[in-house]
Design a protein. Structure first.
Length: 301
């Protein structure tokens, strides 16, 4: 077991991942000046098959011109011929990561990691530079393999989930109730994604809130996601970015408490459990304090 005060896996500090269609230069440039912590340039669902060759070129140019941004690319599923074409075009630009849609299991992430090894070598990029975030629940069978992401590949940087493809696959007429809450099968998928991410020591990212005009509903959903343990959330419209960032930003009280916890363990090296204000504080509290301060520091940069 790792001792308090030693290095631990760093939490992802990206709170908002904004999807942008890869075939729209206008939307890409608009997204570039948004406050999104990361952009996901989409070559899958938001781009028709006929427009994908053009979208790849547009995406590559955008990656080249905005290297200062945290840029990800959602490629097509690995069992389609488009996936290799996507990677071949975008990898020379060195994206921060690849979002992998519709994986059957962690084996798809492992296969993608091997492909990235090759593309990085061909493009003379640093080995392991490109990370992977699978959309881990879009196929029903994938739900029975989520535990396999633990130790699957060092490139794994997070897990997220999706309900639309999943509900279509099982033939559901809807995935939410009349009040907008997830129905039990999709709440299960959400929870399993959260637990699988925790077991893999990577952040869990909650899925999109599709009603981009409902800012009140978005704020409530994002707040609940942070409460439940998600580190960030996917967005489909620039207007959603600021409410998501705000929801995942620690409060001043949380930041002050985190500082006290870090200082307490720094003053007591080697201690496993300490008392702070009548509360027992141990390693999970220390890890959470580190995550809170990292997010707070990111927001100040």
């Amino acid at each position: 077991m790792q001792e308090i005060g030693t290095d631990a896996p760093e939490a992802c500090v990206s709170r908002s991942f904004l999807f942008v269609p890869g075939d729209s230069e206008r939307k890409l440039e608009k997204a570039a000046v948004s406050n999104a912590d990361a952009l996901i340039i989409d070559l899958e669902d938001s781009v028709t098959r006929a427009k994908r060759p053009e979208a790849r070129v547009i995406t590559r140019t955008f990656l080249d011109n905005h290297a200062e941004r945290n840029l990800w690319v959602r490629i097509n599923p690995l069992d389609t011929e488009d996936a290799l074409a996507d990677l071949r075009e975008v990898m020379p630009a060195g994206p921060a990561g690849i979002v992998l849609p519709k994986p059957k299991s962690a084996k798809d992430a492992i296969q993608l990691a091997k492909l990235l090894d090759v593309f990085e070598q061909e493009s003379k990029l640093p080995e392991g530079q490109t990370s992977i975030i699978p959309v881990a629940t879009e196929r029903p069978a994938a739900l029975f393999h989520l535990d396999e992401y633990a130790n699957a590949t060092p490139r794994l940087a997070g897990l997220t989930w999706g309900a639309e493809d999943l509900s279509a696959a099982v033939g559901a007429t809807t995935n939410r109730d009349s009040e907008g809450n997830w129905l039990p099968p999709y709440e299960l998928a959400r929870s399993l994604c959260l637990f699988a991410a925790s077991a893999s020591n990577v952040p869990a990212l909650d899925t999109v809130f599709t009603d981009y005009k409902d800012m009140e509903g978005l704020a409530r959903y994002a707040s609940n996601a942070r409460r439940d343990g998600f580190s960030g959330m996917l967005a489909i419209h620039p207007a959603q970015v600021d409410p998501i960032n705000e929801a995942f930003m620690p409060s001043s009280e949380e930041i002050n408490r985190a500082k006290r916890i870090i200082e307490l363990f720094a003053d007591n090296p080697g201690a496993g459990v300490l008392s702070m204000g009548g509360e027992m504080i141990d390693r999970p509290h220390w890890l959470q304090a580190k995550r809170i301060l990292k997010v707070a520091q990111q927001d100040q940069q």
